[in-house]
Design a protein around this ligand. Structure first.
Ligand SMILES: Cc1ncc(COP(=O)(O)O)c(C=O)c1O
Length: 386
């Protein structure tokens, strides 16, 4: 697994963390070759996580778009309601293998926190989750879920009180408690080996898309679409499709109409270092991290995983931004057309997919990764309608 993706990636961290990163990489490499570990992982993927998730033909949404067929990869049906559990399960097993009794995590939308709390409970590990206080307010149901699952939720009041600040707080905790604690990072960001490990555990999404689309319509799709916060569900979708002819489209948060950057790090940022990794970052003229805005807590992050930066620069994937108002429209389309309440994060991808479908012929197939379900966002959606 590469330390870098072209010039992107690396590990820009304090020296105290280097041994833990080396140990994590070595553990992961040995676990991947260990048949016993793989068997246990596979078993929990099916019996606890609920994999494989279906590939669903969104017939009514396709009719609304009036062009290419739209298919949904149903990660909203994974245990906990989002793709985040794929990664939490894998890293939880690595923590056990390293003999570390404590998990810490950061969370934005709360889905990664819920997934970590679930796996912490299932594997008997103490769990603490850092969360910005703005995110705690807008994703309240998930705060309650984490507490019921036995995790401690630590409020972060610094900075913009969102995901970026929660990661800072979790990194500070890890530096202090690195001997006993595994930092279960929730997206394909951070220092090596996290982007590669997270992509590895999320690649189950793209591998299943490959198999299921062949079964459903006899070939690979023409286009794969996924939303991009830190980029874990998108890299899980794209990575196994990189060497094919499938078009890849990542959808970032454009924020409210009129906001200069939203949270669109690839579309509107430039290369820089954030949270131990060199990638695209939203920054001001002095290189300070810029303020972001998005209706969707899970996309509200000023950085992105380094593999996406390489996919963008090489032209292998395209990235664009969708506004809050557009994501809300797509939320209602999916609710009314298909009977599915999506999370606001993948609602961004749905909007972009419908727009793409309109421009493409009927014979084209578009697969959208529906990364999570919308229960957590009901208050936000209802508030926007008032
Ligand atoms: C349902 C859902 N989708 C997408 C994301 C964005 O994260 P990533 O880009 O790592 O998939 C989140 C983050 O919390 C999420 O909860």
């Amino acid at each position: 697994m590469p330390r870098r993706f072209g010039p992107f990636g690396g590990a820009y961290v304090p020296e105290t963390l280097v041994p833990a990163l080396v140990q994590l990489e070595a553990t992961w490499r040995s676990a991947r070759r260990d048949p016993e570990f793989r068997r246990r992982h596979r078993r929990l993927q099916s019996t606890l996580a609920g994999r494989p998730t279906p590939l669903y033909f969104a017939e009514n949404l396709t009719r609304r778009a009036g062009g290419a067929e739209i298919w949904l990869k149903r990660e909203d049906l994974v245990h906990g309601g989002a793709h985040k559990f794929n990664n939490a399960l894998g890293q939880g097993l690595l923590a056990v293998r390293m003999g570390k009794p404590r998990l810490i995590a950061e969370t934005g939308a709360g889905q990664h926190g819920v997934a970590t709390a679930m796996i912490g409970a299932a594997l008997g590990l103490e769990t603490e989750v850092y969360m910005g206080t703005l995110d705690m307010a807008r994703q309240r149901p998930n705060v309650e879920r984490m507490r019921l699952l036995g995790a401690k939720v630590v409020p972060v009041r610094d900075g913009s009180r969102t995901l970026k600040d929660a990661i800072n707080a979790a990194l500070r905790d890890w530096i202090e408690n690195v001997r006993t604690t595994h930092y279960l990072l929730g997206s394909a960001v951070g220092p090596h080996p996290f982007p590669s490990i997270v992509a590895d555990f999320q690649s189950v999404i793209g591998r299943e898309i490959r198999q299921q689309s062949r079964r459903a319509f006899g070939r690979l799709p023409d286009l794969a679409v996924a939303c991009v916060g830190g980029g874990s569900n998108a890299i899980g979708t794209f990575h196994p499709l990189r060497a094919t002819s499938v078009d890849l489209l990542g959808v970032e948060a454009g924020g409210p109409k009129g906001h200069r950057t939203g949270a669109a790090s690839l579309a509107r940022g430039r290369p820089g270092v954030l949270h131990g990794s060199f990638s695209y970052v939203l920054q001001d003229r002095d290189g300070q991290v810029a303020e972001t805005a998005s209706i969707s807590a899970g996309l509200d992050y000023p950085g992105v995983g380094p593999e996406h930066a390489q996919l963008k620069e090489s032209g292998r994937a395209r990235y664009l931004a969708v506004h809050d108002e557009e994501a809300l429209r797509a939320f209602h389309w999916l609710a009314r057309d298909e009977g599915i309440l999506p999370a606001l994060e993948p609602a961004h991808a749905i909007f972009a997919a419908v727009r793409e479908a309109r421009r493409r012929p009927r014979r084209h197939k578009i697969v959208v990764t529906l990364s999570g379900r919308g229960d957590k966002d009901l208050e936000v959606v209802l508030g926007a309608a008032r």
